[in-house]
Design a binder for this molecule. Sequence first.
Ligand code: HEC
Ligand code: HEC
Length: 114
Amino acid sequence: MKKTTLLLTSLVLVVGLASAAGKNTPQNLKVLKFKTINETKQYMKTVAKDLGVKCNYCHDVNNFADDSNQKKRIARSMLKMMTGLNNEFFTWKDARQIRCWTCHQGKSDPPKKK
Ligand code: HEC
Ligand code: HEC
């Protein structure tokens, strides 16, 4: 009887830990390689700053994994473009990496040619 209780308790504990880990795992990253929500959020802060916007410009902040906002889908293709440019062209030693800032300079709509 005691053994069963112990077994059940540890089972509950294991399942509990697993779901806690699941909560900190990104569900819908198609370009970024972050393993945790925390790391993703840290990076996202730089993205928001580079565009001069808040998280809700791209996200329903109660459901960050959701893709229904078109701005988020555009941002994902921008991420893909940026990663591609960096990996393919900015590869020499100490090459500066392109960021959202490089084009956007703090604006969601990048500066236009005069
Ligand atoms: C300009 C648009 C944009 C802004 C602003 C932005 N995000 Fe994101 N966010 C994205 C995109 C695009 C992805 C998916 C990236 C991918 O597919 O690799 C993402 C993914 C995430 C995820 C992972 C969700 C999951 O489970 O897959 C989290 C968490 C997140 N963002 C949090 C934030 C927070 C917090 C902020 C504000 C500090 C923020 N984002 C601002 C575009 C944005
Ligand atoms: C090589 C330059 C360049 C880089 C790097 C770049 N963007 Fe863009 N982005 C643009 C241009 C140009 C536009 C405007 C396109 C238009 O107006 O038709 C744009 C538009 C957007 C839009 C749509 C804005 C709107 O008004 O609807 C989003 C969202 C966006 N970019 C997100 C990002 C994010 C996030 C990053 C970094 C991961 C990024 N961009 C990096 C050039 C760039």
